[in-house]
Design a protein around this ligand. Sequence first.
Ligand code: AMP
Length: 224
Amino acid sequence: MNILTFGPNGSGKGTQGAIVKEKYGLDHIESGAIFREHIKGGTELGKKAKEYIDKGDLVPDEITIPMVLETLQKSKEKGWLLDGFPRSLAQAEALDKALNESDMALDCVLEIVLDREIAKQRIMGRRLCANDNNHPNHIAFDAIKPVEKDGKLVCRICGGELSMRDDDQDEEAIGKRHDIYYDDTTGTMAAVNYFKNKGTAKIISVDGSKTIKEVYNEIMDRLT
Ligand code: AMP
């Protein structure tokens, strides 16, 4: 099964994606996480991407598109859940073309709908686990609240060290990321509409303002 996930930064898309991919044994491919790995590893791609990411701008398509398409190919047998790509109409068209050419079908588009102001508040409270990118931690949600150890907040799952993304604490960068997401002319909402209009994949739109469990149950009800 191949799934595309959409939702503004802060909608819980990563949290839900991590649970869904586990249930169906899919590879979880997150374009933002691939960039962060490159930055951590000090690669050339990472160095180029960082200047855009820190400002909340999109990394140029000539870097992003081949990087993501190559990763999808590697997960062709297992199936994938793609998060963070496509983020624009141009990326949606490139993805659609690549899927056709490589005989991969898109089974489902999962869209988490959330108001922009709520999404912003949520972004500022999330924390990243040093051991595993798929360990959700958020200071404002009881279900995924970090735990305290030796006077410090640590990952609620593995006790790993927590950090904040630089671009999550910068209101200007958050604003730019959301401008891109809610843009239905050439931005991410245009990419969502592209696949909705195409009509070949199952579309599941859920209300992201509900609790993690409610959102998950709704996704499961409609996915199966
Ligand atoms: P995310 O982890 O999805 O919030 O992505 C973090 C940052 O990585 C974004 O703000 C962009 O700078 C960059 N990025 C991630 N995915 C893409 C994409 N599909 N196209 C361009 N830039 C991206």
